[in-house]
Each structure stands twice: as C-alpha cells, then as structure tokens.
Design a protein around this ligand. Sequence first.
Ligand SMILES: Cc1cc2nc3c(=O)[nH]c(=O)nc-3n(C[C@H](O)[C@H](O)[C@H](O)COP(=O)(O)OP(=O)(O)OC[C@H]3O[C@@H](n4cnc5c(N)ncnc54)[C@H](O)[C@@H]3O)c2cc1C
Ligand SMILES: NC(=O)c1ccc[n+]([C@@H]2O[C@H](COP(=O)([O-])OP(=O)(O)OC[C@H]3O[C@@H](n4cnc5c(N)ncnc54)[C@H](OP(=O)(O)O)[C@@H]3O)[C@@H](O)[C@H]2O)c1
Length: 492
Amino acid sequence: MAPRCWLWWHWLGWPRIRPPSASNSTNSGFYRHFSAQKNPQICVVGSGPAGFYTAQHLLKHHTQAHVDIYEKQLVPFGLVRFGVAPDHPEVKNVINTFTQTARSDRCAFRGNVVVGKDVTVPELQGAYHAVVLSYGAEDHQSLEIPGEELPGVCSARAFVGWYNGLPENRELAPDLSCDTAVILGQGNVALDVARILLTPHELLEKTDITEAALGVLRQSRVKTVWIVGRRGPLQVAFTIKELREMIHLPGTRSILDPADFLGLQDRIKEVPRPRKRLMELLLQTATEKPGAGTAGQALATRAWGLRFFRSPQQVLPSPDGRQAAGIRLAVTRLEGVGEATQAVPTGDTEDLPCGLVLSSVGYKSRPIDPSVPFDSKLGIIPNVEGRVVGVPGLYCSGWVKRGPTGVITTTMTDSFLTSQMLLQDLKAGLLPSGPRPGFAAIQALLSSRGVRLVSFSDWEKLDAEEVSRGQGAGKPREKLVDPHEMLRLLGH
Ligand SMILES: Cc1cc2nc3c(=O)[nH]c(=O)nc-3n(C[C@H](O)[C@H](O)[C@H](O)COP(=O)(O)OP(=O)(O)OC[C@H]3O[C@@H](n4cnc5c(N)ncnc54)[C@H](O)[C@@H]3O)c2cc1C
Ligand SMILES: NC(=O)c1ccc[n+]([C@@H]2O[C@H](COP(=O)([O-])OP(=O)(O)OC[C@H]3O[C@@H](n4cnc5c(N)ncnc54)[C@H](OP(=O)(O)O)[C@@H]3O)[C@@H](O)[C@H]2O)c1
C-alpha cells in the first residue's frame, strides 16, 4: 500500500505535504488519515453537460456519495440552454436525464454562485473531499485584427447568447438592417448562426428563441450570409447534418463556387467515411444546376455561401469610421498534409462588403481562481485524464478539461472518465478521510457574503413559469432573461 501511495503522491505532485518514507509508513496515522472515505462529499462546479454527467456517474457508482453542483447562473444546464440552437429541440432532451440526477436526494443544485468570486476554490476544497471543475468555456476566441471593436462586429458567442436568452447578452440587439452578413469560421456554431439569420421567422416562432430576438429577426434585412474559412472544403469543421439543414432552408439558396471543389472528388477517396459523405454533399450542391432544388429554393430571396481560403485581416470601417462596412480577407493557400494542413497568406487580399461581421472562431475557457493551474495557451486546466496536475483532490471535466470542441456525447464520455479517476483515487485512499462539512460550511460563507442561492426546486418554479408564458404563443417556453425578475418570482 505504502509504496503505491507514494507513487500516486509523486505523480500527482502533492505540493504541501510529503509522505513519510515507505519504511516507517505501514502503521502510520498519516496513511490512515487518507484511507477511503465512506460518505464522500463531492463538489462540482458548473451545471452544463460536463457537470451533470460527472455527477450522474459519481452517484451511480458510489452509492454513498453526495454531490453539490454549483452554478453561476440562476438556472441549470449550461450550453444546452444557452448554446444549442432553438430549432434543435431534440438535442435538449438531455435535460430530462440531468433533471433526474438533480432530483436525487444525494445531489443538490446550488445556483447563483460564481465560484472564484462568491466562494474560492480553496474554500470548496476545504469543505469537500473532492472538487470537480466543469465550468466550460465562457469567452470567445478573439480575431485580433484591426477594427474588431467596431459596431457591427460581434462574436458568435454573444449572438448565440442573445437569441438563447443568456442574461448577460439580453441587450445585444444586433443591427440587422444590412443586406449582407459575414461569419468568420466554418464550424457548427457558424452554421447555427447562419441558419438563425436566414430561417423564416414563422418557423422560429415555434421554438424557444426569446421574444426579443424574434422581434429583431422579424425586422431583419439580411439577405446574404457568407461563411468564410481560412482553409479549404476538406478542412471545414461543420458536420453533415448541419450542412443538410442549410441546404434545405426554405426560401434560401446556396452559393458555392464549383472552382473551389476542383479535384476534390479524387482527394476524398482516402478520407474517413463521414468526411467523404460531407464532401460528396458539398460537391453535389456546388455542381447542381440552378433551380434543381426544392420549389422554395427556386423562389429564394435569401442566400448563403461558403468562401474558402480566406483569412480575416481587417474589419473595414464605413466612411465616417463609426461602423463596420466590410472585411478585408487575406487570400490563403494550404501548406502541409493531413491534420497539420495550415493556411498561409499568398499576399493577395480581397475586400468583402458587409454590415455585420460575426466571428465564430471558437470559444475559450478562462482561469477561475489563482490557486488553480491554467494553461492559457491551450485554454484548459492542465490535467491527466481529469486529475488536475499538481493538485490532489481537484479534477476537471468537459470543455475546460479538453478545450472548446466536441458535442454533448463527447463531453459525456470525458466526464465519465473524470468521475472514474476520482472514484479510483477515493478507493485508493488518496482523498482526505474523516467527515467534511460540505455545503453546510459553504452555505454559511455564502450567506455571510449576501449570496442568494437558487435551488433545483426554485429552478422548477422558473421552468413552470417559462412554459406557461410560452403557451400562449405556441412556444415550448418563453425564457426568463432578467435575473432580478427571476429572483423576484422566487420571492427572494
Ligand atoms: C452554440 C453552441 C451550440 C451547440 N450545439 C450543440 C448541439 O446541437 N449538439 C451537441 O451535441 N452539442 C452542441 N454543442 C456542444 C455542447 O454544448 C458542449 O459539448 C457542452 O455544452 C460542453 O459542456 P460543458 O459542461 O463543458 O460546458 P457548458 O455547457 O458551457 O457548461 C459550463 C457551466 O459552468 C457554468 N460556470 C461557468 N463559470 C462558472 C463559475 N465561475 N462558477 C460556477 N459556474 C460556472 C456555466 O454557467 C455553465 O452552466 C454546442 C456548443 C455551442 C457553443
Ligand atoms: N449541431 C451541433 O452538433 C453543434 C452545434 C454547434 C456547436 N457544436 C460543437 O461545438 C464545438 C465548437 O464549435 P465551433 O464552431 O465554435 O468551433 P470549431 O468547430 O472548432 O470551428 C471553429 C472554426 O473557426 C476557424 N478558426 C479558428 N481560428 C481561426 C482564425 N484565427 N481565423 C480564421 N478562422 C479560424 C476554424 O478553422 P480551422 O479549422 O482552420 O482552425 C473552424 O473553421 C464543435 O465541436 C462543434 O461541433 C455542435
């Protein structure tokens, strides 16, 4: 036991206490102190898919564990509520599973607590046997080009937050009075944003998109959306289902330049099947005769197009300098092969006029607390299979663990893995033994700091209110977007 413990210790890089030497440790109280804990109090930070899947796995595989999920928002579910597009309701069914977890008597949702501000990570570590950081990727990756700060430029993250009712973005009200919008980046978020901009509003009216966003979209004059990638068709980051949705958007046609796809047929022979099918669909769409689509597309008044080998260089201002009026793109060519293929500028540029620039080049995690290691280059908490490097008892899962890519099922798999590691450490006696106060200690701290906690049953009241407000308009719900109103409704 002792030598194995020492190996763990060494590997985890325990920073404060060194274990006694193996020779005198067998009967030492030191190791007994860290023997397996029967009723572990575990804390999870973040109630998105990573937080909920981690909690679910812990509760299922340790019948005595208690899990508290701390969440900065008043409401649970992270990007399932604030990211997933309103016209993808089936994806949000995972909420039913998360709700079952939250209703377990060994689990509690502690909403309206900003970890790192209302309570520190070391305070949580002192109160719980283990802490799992599952706080996602809340920032957007900036473009770092001149003009990025101009009105008319907006991150896809803020735009998505706005139409999905994220409180901090509720007042965004993007100006959609222009004819052309440019989206930079060719991932699934870019396609979500393009689809929301171009979907006929009668279709959006039946979704849980916020009424405020719907009002702005009803007045939208945007007719053309360009989705710009710095690399070629073979390197697009979106997937086939989302491309199909674009192709079948009522009243909308696609603009794809067949020249971009020359030689692609030969090059896709060797690529994995999902990418091959995606390329075939792109090729087919690019080479289809005009009018060959559905009747709706023949009468299309709106269009979307893909532009390849173009890297954002500068947002061009309007003559009075007050507004974005276009984007200067560096023409690129590819260097390298396979995954390592990189876009390098050829020296040529192209100006694309537009009134709205949406940057959709990825999300980014931020550090949560000075005590938690953070790799700012990769934008993740350094970890080995979910164990935070150098901090025993601290774990991570989801986007903050592996970076801001991957769908909900990817996040589920990696969260289960983190939970497994935690349970292994628990079994091996590597987590503190003896009782821990858990929420009782944190509640006292939060109360002394004037934090108003929101429980899962509070959320269920808000949920019922949202559903009831949506009913009149034939929507699944009308989201509450103002935290003050939510607290008022809860009688806080
Ligand atoms: C726009 C968009 C659309 C998507 N659509 C789909 C889709 O259709 N299908 C699909 O499978 N995947 C989709 N994904 C991917 C999916 O959302 C992610 O895989 C998943 O949400 C990542 O889970 P997470 O828990 O790591 O992060 P998140 O879902 O972001 O959850 C993190 C949680 O932590 C909370 N938090 C942050 N900081 C703190 C703090 N300091 N204290 C307390 N709590 C904090 C946040 O409020 C949030 O609730 C989409 C992603 C985006 C960005
Ligand atoms: N319906 C769904 O299932 C759904 C919906 C939304 C999101 N998601 C998932 O959520 C994750 C995040 O999606 P995402 O779209 O934000 O990220 P993403 O898939 O990583 O796509 C980012 C895009 O931005 C480009 N990019 C990055 N840096 C750039 C730069 N400096 N200049 C120009 N272009 C740049 C990338 O091009 P390069 O490839 O050249 O880097 C890529 O095209 C993905 O895994 C996605 O599948 C899923």
